[in-house]
Design a protein around this ligand. Structure first.
Ligand code: HAM
Length: 429
């Protein structure tokens, strides 16, 4: 029988090369930045009813039309692995009536998302997002804070070569006017459009602007600008947002062709793209925007304004510099005993346990081979200190402590060694 492999586009993260540690640091950074901005973490299930994404993300989006993992469960319900986090978080906020208790909610999340896209560098079928959302605040100041949170987080990762692209899609009236303008513009050129875009001309012409198909590019470039369709209030909101961003020192580029690939956006939309070139074609680090109609779309009686963003963790890690991780402080306990000398081996296990209870990272090579092989293993693991325990030490209540960097060795009482190492471990943190 052949060996089995992970599903194409779904990756393992291995600890040996430091990958898991990089992920953990990024996740910790995200949680820290979010908490400074007053966002609290929500966790929702990995799968939901298919209907949530059909209604939430939009029937004519690429995600819903082509990319979702859907299946029937044993109760014949049609479910989907979540392709994004926004619809699920809104569903949870509505289901638990969160806005009845708090007028404004700031939520963050991180976790796996699933889209059956063609795998490439920076594009996977199981990928991971960090995201943040604000519910119950229609102000341009909320938009500014969300974008500022996103750029602060990127800065905390050391990602400096990136650009914020900003646009406004307006409210429902502006969208309707713009839709008509696009239909009028594209219809005479229908035959020159890609088949996908031609089929979207009546159903959802805005999607044509999101097409990556080379056949659509010349027509897209000369298409009317959404900014000409904005009403006065949309325009005032967009102007105010730009003023706030300037005050916060967040540089941005107004990009009238930016429409984003999901249907729920109203007014503000934005993306942050990597400009270092390290990501190739998949250079969008962050996508977000306002979605003031999604709550009602998903069954809310009262409208709830909302805005948020999500970023792909894999892409962030491709774009972020990789500083040398500091060498952790670790202690190895080595038993100077033969394999049948159970009391000494047990004492070694107990010593490691006590070190750990005192906040020290401690290992024991539980295969208990020769002293030489235990010492070699301690060295391979990058141990800072080795504690050697033999029959005499156990009898006297002492240990032999060896510092790996200098080779310096001393015998000291067991309790004192634990105290010393606990203090050093604390200092190394
Ligand atoms: P999105 O633009 O579909 O927006 O995805 C956001 C980010 O997720 C992208 O910019 C990219 O970094 C990452 N991403 C998306 N697909 C993949 C993939 N196949 N492989 C790797 N990374 C990927 C949303 O998901 C919205 N829910 C964002 C949002 C939140 N809008 C408002 N609130």
């Amino acid at each position: 029988m052949g060996t089995l492999q992970a599903v194409s586009g779904m990756n393992d993260l291995l600890p040996g090369d430091g990958t898991t540690a990089r992920w953990q640091r990024l996740e910790a950074d995200f949680r820290a930045v979010c908490s400074r901005y007053g966002f609290a973490e929500v966790r929702t299930p990995l799968c939901e009813s298919l209907e949530l994404f059909q209604r939430g993300v939009g029937e004519t989006t690429d995600i819903v039309e082509k990319e979702m993992y859907t299946f029937k469960d044993r109760g014949d319900r049609t479910l989907a692995l979540r392709p994004e986090g926004t619809a699920s978080a809104v569903r949870a906020a509505l289901e638990h009536r969160v806005l009845d208790r708090e007028p404004v909610v700031r939520w963050s999340y991180l976790g796996a998302m699933f889209r059956a896209e063609r795998p490439a560098k920076g594009r996977y079928r199981q990928f991971h997002q960090v995201g943040a959302e604000i519910y119950g605040d229609a102000s341009a100041a909320a938009d500014a804070e969300v974008i500022d949170l996103a750029t602060s987080f990127l800065a905390s990762l050391g990602i400096t070569q990136c650009t914020v692209r900003l646009n406004s899609l307006g409210g429902p009236d502006a969208r309707a006017r713009y839709r008509d303008a696009l239909v009028a513009y594209f219809t005479p050129h229908r035959d020159a459009l890609s088949p996908d875009s031609a089929s979207r001309l009546e159903r959802n012409p805005l999607r044509i602007l999101d097409s990556k198909d080379p056949r659509d590019q010349p027509l897209k470039a000369a298409a009317p600008s959404i900014l000409d369709s904005l009403g006065d209030e949309d325009r005032a909101h967009f102007e105010l947002l730009q003023q706030y961003l300037r005050a916060l020192g967040v540089p941005f580029e107004v990009t009238p062709s930016l429409v984003r690939g999901l249907d729920y956006y109203t007014r503000t939309v934005f993306e942050i793209v990597d400009t270092s070139g390290s990501l190739g074609a998949q250079d969008t680090l962050c996508g977000g925007g306002r979605y003031d109609a999604l709550f009602t779309e998903l069954g809310s009686h009262a409208p709830v304004p909302a805005i948020g963003f999500a970023m792909g963790i894999e892409r962030l890690l491709l774009a972020a510099p990789q500083p040398e991780a500091p060498k952790p402080f670790r202690v190895a306990v080595v038993a100077a005993a033969k394999s049948h000398e159970t009391p000494v081996l047990a004492a070694a296990l107990a010593l490691a346990k006590e070190l750990r209870a005192n906040g020290v990272t401690a290992t024991v090579d539980t295969r208990f081979g020769s002293m030489k092989s235990q010492m070699r293993r301690a060295d391979d693991l990058g141990s800072t200190v080795v504690l050697v325990l033999g029959g005499n030490e156990v009898a006297n209540g002492t240990v032999t402590m060896k510092r790996m960097a200098t080779g310096e060795q001393q015998s000291l009482p067991r309790a004192e060694s634990i105290h010393t190492l606990a203090t050093e471990a604390l200092g190394a943190r």
